[in-house]
Design a protein around this ligand. Structure first.
Ligand code: PEP
Ligand code: MN
Length: 337
């Protein structure tokens, strides 16, 4: 339910409503908007709730939230959410860029690359320390040592660290080093992980599961939001289809569709979305044109010898060229980059 308060409602009336919502067994969330305050009453919707909420002082109207995801829904919050993590800001006028290797390989590698990326306009540094690999025989990441390498790169450059956490029990450890916890496509419906990331309060980059519908994606975000963590970024990274010319199919209609359904910022990953380095810059430009709030891109100085995902990884020079082209697209759609 959404309780819309009158524009002249007092703070006592808001507090009273919050208590009333709790007494009804629902979880209140106060959202102070530019026009008026609304209070979300999230929980099991049952008959008689509107009648129980509407007569309270200061209430203008009570509306049901029709979407199955309540806190992620734009019905609840009209203003767009801006997620801030260190120097990384996603959801504002500026299209943010998170770049870096698929896997963190060495401190020297990540620090040198971070300096280059920072200089060329990235505000976030990606790099996997825990890697979800299809084969158990592939490189699994440097784990906590890799996190320390990322922290060294942040100390050198100030870039915000975006790195994957694969298990609920690793959330405290990864949170010690990361500015943003990435939840990988393979874990989008790992509900215990989502709840642990929600409890951590650390901003999250939630990747769309490769076979997940948009409703399932937003309900996964809901798990994090429902634990009181408002910092969720939704990342389209491509889905499985019958196509085999690309590693995944990157559906960019997801971007405006998510913006319609949700107030959360949308990130696009053209690297996993295509699987081919030469397709990354064109799809990055298309993502910016479609309204993406950020890009997450795999970059490596020597993609051919990268520990993982080399074939979809661009070089720093290709990254620079892509950034210049994306800036022009951003300008055309009234954004900055
Ligand atoms: C990654 O970002 O390197 C990664 C494993 O992504 P995804 O979960 O989207 O496959
Ligand atoms: Mn990768």
């Amino acid at each position: 339910m959404i309780v819309v308060m009158k524009s002249d409602a007092t703070s006592e009336q808001v507090d009273h409503m919050v208590k009333h919502i709790q007494e009804l067994g629902l979880k209140p969330q106060v959202i102070v908007g530019t026009q008026r305050t609304v209070i979300a009453a999230v929980g099991e919707e049952r008959v008689g709730l509107v009648e129980a909420l509407e007569p309270s002082p200061g209430v203008e109207k009570v509306l049901p939230i029709l979407a199955p995801y309540k806190r992620a829904s734009s019905e609840l919050k009209a203003d767009r959410t801006v997620v801030k993590a260190g120097g990384l800001e996603v959801g504002g006028l500026k299209v943010a860029v998170i770049a870096g290797p698929c896997s963190v390989e060495s401190e020297e590698q990540i620090v040198r690359l971070a300096r280059i990326l920072k200089q060329r306009g990235a505000t976030g540094l990606r790099g996997g320390a825990f890697k979800p690999r299809t084969s158990p025989y592939s490189f699994q990441g440097h784990k906590e040592d890799g996190l320390k390498m990322l922290a060294a790169a942040r100390a050198e450059t100030g870039l915000a660290i975006v790195t994957e956490v694969m298990a609920p029990e690793h959330v405290p450890m990864v949170s010690k080093y990361a500015d943003v916890l990435q939840i990988g496509a393979r874990n989008m419906q790992n509900y215990q992980l989502l709840q642990a990331v929600g409890d951590s309060g650390v901003p999250a980059l939630l990747k769309r599961g490769m076979s997940a519908t948009i409703d399932e994606f937003l309900l996964a975000a809901e798990y994090i939001l429902d634990r009181g963590n408002p910092g969720v970024m939704l990342c389209e990274r491509g889905i499985r289809t019958y196509e085999d010319h690309t590693r995944f199919t990157l559906p960019l209609a997801t971007v405006p569709y998510l913006h319609e359904k949700s107030h959360l910022p949308v990130v696009v990953d053209p690297s996993h979305g295509t699987g081919k380095a030469r397709l990354v810059p064109p799809m990055a430009k298309a993502a910016v044109a479609a309204g993406a709030d950020a890009l997450i891109v795999e970059v490596h100085e020597d993609p051919e010898n990268a520990a993982s995902d080399g074939s979809q990884t661009i070089t720093p020079d290709e990254f620079s060229k892509m950034m210049n082209e994306c800036r022009r697209v951003a300008e055309a759609v009234d954004r900055i980059m």
